[in-house]
Write a protein that binds this ligand. Structure first.
Ligand code: UD1
Ligand code: UDP
Length: 389
């Protein structure tokens, strides 16, 4: 039996972990056992528990409950907590997702204890080291033993940083293995698409008609914490919502906490009274999928929502200066506009008149989780250099 310790903390990691846990339960329960450690980075019900309940993820075996604080305090508390659990549980692998502080803490704690790291969503780069995520993902990749990249671009980025695709076993963090496996989030979007059609009542609840609204999400620290950028984005959303179409904005707590403080008074008054701009609390996974599938267009700075927009064949306006998901921009289905009001409105007009967008299949076959499980088992069966429990 291979023993995994999966670390989650932020919303998108809980969502990604659902796919791997589902694959383990369905096809690998006689070969892989999984424990889940929640760092507690996200803790509101609608940022955490709702996903465990709705997506059938087993309750975490451990919760560090670190909560919110500065990067140093938060990451340090996580490292201490993850280390303690690694020492007592002695997993064969730690499984880390993406690029958050929870990912970084897991990578530091495991690498010092020489526990091999499986990094899912490896190789992505924005080439912007002012993003905390860019540092987190580079550090995690370079401490990992098995790296699973969702895209060919991710694999190429790793090769440019010295990762060798022809490395031969036994794999270690000095001799790591890189796999191109497709996107684990695509697994979830396919799996939950029909379930969302049946179960989500979000359209009825918020009086939204299919194809007659724009879905928007905002949470990047550079957008929420910088008043100029936040005003630019909200001016554009308010403008769009003043011209006959509804904008539905399930707002991340980081953004909602800073909204009143960072938006100028006049604009705040306008957005608070615009009946076509619906600002909601964060919604569940089934609800967001239903919204994505039925939106006319998506405006977002989220990595996950950008991709889901592509999975469901919706044009996407990206509120960032660059993206790790370059394929969706190259295909013409997404546009980078940063936080510039005029660029956002131009992109909105452009996509409003477009009907023939292409969405080439660049994110795999929806079976990334099975692929990852098979590679982990293969690794253990063939290279018994590790001490198994
Ligand atoms: C984190 C990740 C980011 C990821 C995002 C997904 C880092 C450095 N950033 O950003 O990569 O895209 O999660 O959503 O790890 N808050 C609440 N309730 C919660 C969680 C957060 O109110 O349940 C508020 C707190 O005021 C907190 C702020 O949101 O200070 C930011 O939370 P934090 O986890 O530090 O970063 P995110 O912006 O969520
Ligand atoms: N998401 C959700 N409810 C929301 C907004 C987003 O369930 O109200 C999901 C979204 O579908 C995607 C994931 O959260 O699967 C993306 O997380 P987030 O935008 O917080 O972070 P990022 O992907 O940018 O790291």
């Amino acid at each position: 039996m291979v023993k995994l310790l999966t670390v989650v903390g932020a919303r998108p990691q809980i969502i990604k972990a659902a796919a791997l846990s589902r694959a383990i339960r369905k096809s690998f329960s006689n070969k892989i056992s999984e424990q889940i450690l929640h760092t507690g980075q996200h803790y509101d019900n609608n940022m955490s528990q709702v996903f465990f309940d709705e997506m059938g993820i087993p309750e975490p075996d451990f919760n560090l409950e670190v909560g919110s604080s500065g990067h140093g305090v938060q990451t340090a508390a996580m490292i201490v907590g993850v280390e303690e659990i690694l020492i007592t549980e002695k997993p064969d692998f730690i499984v880390l997702y993406g690029d958050t502080n929870s990912t970084l803490a897991g990578a530091i704690a495991a690498s010092k204890l020489k526990i091999p790291i499986v990094h899912i969503e490896a190789g992505l780069r924005s080439f912007n080291k002012s993003m905390p995520e860019e540092i987190n993902r580079i550090m995690c990749d370079h401490a990992s033993t098995l790296l699973f990249s969702p895209t060919q671009t991710g694999v190429s980025n790793l090769q440019k940083e010295g990762f060798n695709m022809s490395n031969q076993p036994p794999f270690t963090s000095d001799n790591p293995a890189v796999f191109h496996c497709g996107d684990i989030m695509y697994d979830n979007s396919l799996y939950f698409s029909e379930i969302a059609n049946e179960k989500s009542k979000i359209l009825e609840k918020d009086n939204l008609s299919p194809g007659e609204f724009i879905l928007a999400t905002i949470h990047r620290d550079n957008n929420t914490d910088d008043p100029v950028r936040m005003n630019g984005i909200f001016e554009a959303l308010n403008h769009i919502a003043s011209n006959g179409i509804t904008v539905f904005l399930p707002l991340h707590p980081r953004a909602s906490k800073l909204l009143k403080q960072n938006i100028n008074k006049n604009l705040y008054q306008k957005i608070s009274t615009n009946p076509n701009l619906i600002i909601s609390h964060p919604v569940s996974f089934l609800d967001i999928i239903k919204l994505e599938k039925n939106a006319r267009m998506i405006i977002t700075d989220s990595g996950g929502v950008q991709k889901e927009s592509y999975f469901f064949k919706k044009p996407c306006i990206i509120l960032r200066p660059q993206t790790e998901w370059v394929e969706i921009v190259d295909s013409g289905a997404a546009m980078i506009v940063d936080a510039d009001k005029d660029k956002i409105l131009k992109a909105y007009e452009y996509f409003s008149g477009k009907t023939n967008l292409n969405y080439p299949p660049v994110f795999g076959d929806g079976k990334a989780a099975e692929f990852i499980c098979n590679q982990i088992i293969y690794f253990i069966n063939n290279y018994d250099k590790l001490t198994l429990n």
